[in-house]
Design a protein around this ligand. Structure first.
Ligand SMILES: C[S@@+](CC[C@H](N)C(=O)[O-])C[C@H]1O[C@@H](n2cnc3c(N)ncnc32)[C@H](O)[C@@H]1O
Length: 254
């Protein structure tokens, strides 16, 4: 299958190659050039690619190095896949990439992927929106080199006591625990998810008061997602959707 000369910004999912979308897989199998950060996307994914594919590793490159290379390849009529971990819509720095591609009038497309929070919920076998318990999910991070705006400060988000999925936070875990504890009860369950979908994946479920201690004990500093949720401790609640007393268009009252 010959792809159009274009940049395809592809979500590679959290780790397991099987969690790619069918569209991502087709693009990987047919692309002329793949840009990929080795530290964030497992190299098994590259086994899908053509033998003659050009692979450009980006871990040691700046945006100023990467984008001109992409533009040059597309102008030479090549199809370019830019792989990002998880879903490209969060913490992927694609915004500035897309701006530069648009300015250069280079066509691009975004293909969604499974984000770490979805992989975590699946591994934990939990629904993050259990009726009567919690109905919202907050995806957020801790300020690092990128600052989180003050109005989105973690303690203010914790006040909702929603299912909160905390990215990019392992290096600042004491601060995170302190802010979360301002609103969540100290025995709220927290899933600490390390390298989901990779060969060395590990998950610990601990009370919030032990979140920082467990992180330090296990020496986690990278690729860790925290899921703080009242749903993690919930065994009994039930949705109305499949309830016998609930009728709807496709299941009218008998
Ligand atoms: C630069 S962000 C990219 C997030 C990605 N776009 C996503 O949708 O999952 C990297 C952070 O995402 C989380 N993350 C990404 N992949 C993960 C995985 N396989 N296991 C656990 N956390 C992961 C961690 O919090 C990590 O520090």
């Amino acid at each position: 299958m010959k792809l159009n000369p274009s940049v395809y910004i592809v979500g590679a999912g959290p780790g397991e190659p099987d969690l790619l979308t069918v569209k991502a897989q087709k693009l990987l199998m047919n692309a002329d050039v793949i840009f990929f950060a080795d530290s964030l996307v497992p190299s098994e994914i590259l086994h899908l690619c053509r033998k003659d594919v050009e692979i450009i590793r980006t871990a040691n490159k700046t945006l100023e190095d990467i984008v001109p290379l992409m533009i040059e390849r597309v102008r030479s009529h090549k199809s370019v896949v830019r792989l990002h971990s998880g879903d490209p819509s969060l913490y992927s720095a694609i915004h500035e990439q897309m701006q530069l591609l648009a300015e250069a009038e280079v066509p691009f497309e975004v293909i969604p992927g499974i984000s770490a929070f979805q992989a975590a919920a699946a591994k934990l076998k939990v629904e993050l929106t259990v009726p009567g318990v919690v109905q919202s999910i907050i995806l957020t991070r801790i300020s690092g080199r990128t600052q989180v705006p003050t109005r989105e400060e973690l303690a203010s988000l914790a006040a909702h006591q929603a299912s909160l999925c905390l990215y990019l936070a392992a290096r600042h875990v004491e601060d995170a625990q302190a802010k979360l504890t301002e609103h969540y009860p100290a025995d709220t369950q927290v899933a600490i998810c390390f390298r989901l979908g990779w060969h060395d994946e590990k998950i610990w479920v601990v009370p919030l008061k032990e979140m920082a201690e467990c992180t330090h004990k296990e020496k986690l500093i990278r690729t860790t997602l925290y899921v703080i949720s009242p749903a993690l401790g919930e065994a009994t609640a039930r949705s109305r959707l499949y309830h016998p007393e609930h009728t709807h268009l496709f299941r009218p009252r008998k």
